[in-house]
Design a binder for this molecule. Structure first.
Ligand code: HSE
Length: 431
């Protein structure tokens, strides 16, 4: 059978997310890749606390050896965080010929080199996509997608908690402490949130990214660091008055064969794309000599985004260690019907070039209503310099394409029209 047995160390926020994802998407994963991921053991110091997933109590253990020394386990997922115990467990698992997947950025930033060496000596895989950007596949992008490039610049927002706090302060005028409590409740912050707010978490992540991007060992101590804990609402408002947002940026630049690496609050123009990266979202710009500039954007913290990275690492490693593990997957796993354009639903902007006469808006609105098209706003205006040539512009709620086309076909030939109506579809997540 195309099966991989995995053992999980750490049944906290992200660990619970991994269990849930493996449960909810196991059929999908099997269809796509042919791989069955079997959760064999889950270790945590506390196995009695309630979690919001159902799990066979038989697989729970408080003894880490049940995972790292278990001859039936192929892959160990380390999610306890922190350095010393995690390092021991990972090294022990690797030496016992188990592949390891982790999201532990502190550990990687400090001991990544030793761990990768041990993995290579034992001919097993060590993967860490979840360590930076949670669900944003930045590690794979650097290691694979952009491997042909010389990377000169990498910068962006790589800590979700601080970005959440800064967004709450800037948009809702919330106090720092209150916003931090919320980030903790939502599961974004580290167990010790000083790692987030003092910029240490971002330093760990930048060390990993820059080591990969520049092919040079970048140590945590090489990176200049300032956190956000001394920022006040006033600082944020003053920056806004000058047209800037304050973001905690991580910056790695190569110039003339030298590298600069720093993490600090930074003012960026409100018009800059990074200024609109809000809440726990991360965004990372990379500049490669061939590809030019690219940006990755997505949820950089949180239970399920992190779980997404962990589970895809398990699948990726299966593809690398033994192709037969993923035999049976299919590109056409979905078998879904493709909708005809007339079947879609969208919001619409409609412009009707009209000859201005009494009752025109009513006429147009009545026909739209007959086709169940619900209007959210209407604007009527005259063409500049004309007495009776105008435009009626209408925004709609979500409506069926087929109905909109039918309504326009009825309106277009009316004598009130001085040209064909204009239709532009709106994508804005509203109904
Ligand atoms: N505490 C981290 C953050 C979690 O807020 O970005 C994801 O690494």
């Amino acid at each position: 059978m195309n099966k991989l047995n995995v053992g999980l160390i750490g049944f906290g926020t992200v660990g619970t997310g991994v269990v849930r994802l493996l449960q909810e998407n196991s059929t999908l994963i099997r269809k796509k890749t042919g791989l069955k991921i079997h959760l064999k053991k889950v270790m945590d110091r506390d196995i009695t606390a309630p979690r919001d997933v159902k799990i066979d109590p038989q697989i729970l253990t408080t003894n880490v050896d049940d995972v790292v020394l278990n001859p039936e386990i192929d892959v160990v997922i380390e999610l306890i965080g922190g350095c010393e115990a995690a390092k021991d467990y990972i090294l022990s698992a690797l030496k016992n010929k188990k592949h390891v997947v982790t999201a532990n950025k502190a550990l990687l930033a400090e001991y990544g080199e030793d761990i990768l060496k041990t993995a290579s000596e034992n001919n097993v895989q060590f993967r860490y996509e979840g360590s930076v950007g949670a669900g944003v596949p930045i590690i794979n992008t650097l290691k694979e997608g952009l491997v042909a490039n010389n990377i000169r610049l990498i910068f962006g927002i790589i800590n979700g908690t601080t970005n959440y706090i800064l967004t709450k302060m800037s948009e809702e005028r919330r106090e720092f402490g209150e916003a931090l409590q919320e980030a903790k409740r939502k599961g974004f912050a580290e167990a010790d949130p000083r790692l987030d707010i003092e910029g240490i978490d971002a330093v760990h992540k930048l060390a990993i990214l820059c080591t990969l991007a520049f092919g040079t060992k970048v140590d945590v101590k090489d990176i200049y660091k300032e956190g956000i804990s001394s920022l006040t609402l006033q600082d944020i408002e003053h920056a806004k008055e000058f047209g800037y947002a304050i973001k905690l940026l991580a910056i790695g630049k190569e110039t003339d064969g030298e590298i600069e690496v720093r993490v600090h609050p930074t003012m960026i123009p409100l018009t800059h794309p990074l200024a609109s990266v809000r809440y726990e979202y991360n965004a990372i710009y990379i500049q490669g000599d061939a590809v030019g500039e690219i940006m990755l954007y997505g949820k950089g913290a949180g239970q399920m985004p992190a779980a997404s990275a962990i589970v895809s690492d398990i699948i990726e490693l299966a593809m690398r260690v033994d192709r037969s593990l993923v035999r049976g997957g299919s590109l056409f796993w979905g078998g879904k019907r493709i909708k005809k354009m007339e079947e879609i639903e969208s919001r619409y902007y409609l412009r009707f070039p009209i000859i201005d006469r009494p009752g025109i808006i009513g006429k147009i609105a009545t026909i739209l209503g007959d086709y169940q098209i619900n209007i959210t706003s209407v604007k009527a205006s005259l063409v500049a310099g004309e007495r009776d040539l105008g435009n009626v512009e209408i925004l709609t709620h979500k409506a069926r394409e087929k109905s909109v086309i039918a309504a326009l076909n009825e309106i277009n030939p009316l004598p009130i029209m001085r040209g064909k109506s204009v239709l532009i579809r709106i994508e804005d997540n509203s109904e």
